[in-house]
Design a protein around this ligand. Structure first.
Ligand code: ADP
Ligand code: ASP
Ligand code: MG
Length: 422
């Protein structure tokens, strides 16, 4: 008998019919003798619907009071789906109880809309499990030290599930979703994408941070820190498939490199449209300039991703960087009002129609020429590269958003990632 955590995403919880299927699947695992903790997301579309209602009332605000209410609002989506799942389990003849984050409690910091989990008190959950109950814990939410409801950022139910699994030392955390594992790239963009049987923790971390939303990055960080056995699998298989077969399906996140992984130079391609570029043309090329520009941006709590500074011509240089698209307007306004005059009023250009495409693979550590193969492939498609950044196991480029699909498909082919290849 093992303690197992299941997480079900929004699509998997998308209707009462699907919730009934989740309940049947969970009941199957419980009847096989496992202690079950289940972390559901809100029903698909619900978080967007709720946040859309807030937007109708107040377009944009950077005010902390506003963010507090956004969290109080968004958290209701998971509360509803958790209670519905408990009701469905009870209808299956299982004893079940659902808890909101604050009832567990899952304690977080107070960064509304992007809170971090600090600790989880599992006493209540353990008592319920010992009493033979299936315990449902709302994904995506927690409570801060003042008792305010917080949420963990979009896609945060993955993180709730892995954090609960880590805190309770679960034997495994199974992330059930609408695809049957982690693919070489998003199968919705490249239908030829291939499912990976295993993916290393480091590669998964890069893929998640570079835009593959199949797992929220913080869930992967938690899994790495606490060595939580983590698997991504489909909730759309028949609920009554053989439990041993199910337990081996999908994609396992591994913590040790095996020989097979070493062979794949590039394991996957990630992409994101969430970025926007800011270029400042003709800034004086002298010490302190980067700090003047990026210091002001950091002060406003805006994260910067890629940065490029060109060589200077006549003592002037160009400076470009990317920020999250949601922060683009704010960053531009701030630079225009606070920084540009001090820099001698150079030209500032914003571009929100960009995207970032990345190739990821542990094998890049030991192989040269991988980045140049990427650039060759993009040039063959006539795609201009605007920015480049590299790390040991990834190369990312910023390109015009209109070439996103073309670039991802071409790279997927160029690195032999298609089905039946490797
Ligand atoms: P859930 O609601 O279950 O949390 P998400 O929509 O957050 O599901 O994540 C699953 C989606 O992630 C898939 O439907 C797929 O389109 C997308 N995705 C992006 N990159 C990948 C990838 N490399 N492998 C699998 N799915 C991916
Ligand atoms: N419901 C939240 C969202 O849509 C959390 C999640 O689904 O993981 O972002
Ligand atoms: Mg998700």
């Amino acid at each position: 008998m093992a303690l197992i955590v299941h997480k079900y995403g929004g699509t998997s919880m998308g209707s009462t019919e699907r919730i009934r299927n989740v309940a049947k699947r969970v009941a199957k695992w419980a009847r096989a003798g496992h202690q079950m903790v289940v972390v559901p997301s809100a029903m698909s579309g619900e978080t967007n619907r709720l946040l859309g209602l807030a937007k109708e009332l107040a377009l944009q605000s950077s005010n902390a009071e506003h963010f507090r209410e956004l969290d109080a609002l968004a958290a209701t989506g998971e509360q509803a789906s958790s209670a519905l799942l408990a009701i469905a389990l009870q209808a299956e003849g299982m004893s079940s109880v659902s808890y909101a984050g604050w009832q567990v409690p899952i304690r977080t910091d107070s960064a509304f809309t992007k809170a971090r989990i600090e600790s989880i008190d599992d006493a209540r959950v353990r008592a319920d499990l010992s009493a033979g109950k299936v315990v449902i814990i709302t994904g995506f939410q927690g409570v801060d030290s003042e008792g305010h409801i917080t949420t963990l950022g979009r896609g945060g139910s993955d993180t709730s599930a892995v954090a609960v699994a880590a805190a309770m030392k679960a034997a495994e955390c199974l992330i059930y979703t609408d695809v049957d594992g982690v693919y070489t790239t998003d199968p919705r963009v490249v239908p030829e994408a291939r499912r990976l049987h295993t993916v290393s923790f480091e590669e998964m971390l890069e893929m998640a941070s570079l835009g593959s939303k199949v797992l929220q990055i913080r869930s992967v960080e938690f899994a790495g820190k606490y060595k939580v056995p983590l698997r991504v699998l489909s909730s759309f298989t028949p609920w009554d498939i053989d439990i041993h077969e199910e337990a081996k399906s999908g994609t396992l996140i591994t913590f040790e490199e095996d020989e097979q992984m070493e062979q794949a130079i590039v394991s996957g391609i990630a992409f994101t449209r969430d970025e926007a570029k800011i270029s400042i043309i003709g800034v004086p090329d002298k010490p302190g300039i980067a700090f003047k520009i990026l210091g002001a941006v950091a002060q406003a709590n805006i994260e910067v991703d890629m940065i490029i500074q060109n060589i200077s011509k006549g003592g002037l240089t160009d400076f470009s960087f990317t920020v999250n698209r949601n922060d683009h307007v704010r960053a531009m306004d701030l630079l225009k009002s606070q920084v540009m005059a001090e820099l001698g009023a150079p030209e500032i250009i914003g571009d929100a129609k960009i995207c970032k495409v990345s190739i990821v693979g542990i094998g890049m550590r030991s192989h040269v020429g991988v980045a140049s193969r990427m650039f060759e492939c993009l040039s063959a498609e006539g795609i201009n590269i605007q920015m480049i950044s590299t790390s040991e196991i990834k190369t990312s480029v910023v390109i015009d958003e209109k070439y996103l699909e073309l670039a991802v498909r071409a790279l997927h082919k160029a690195f032999d990632l298609e089905k039946n290849q490797a």
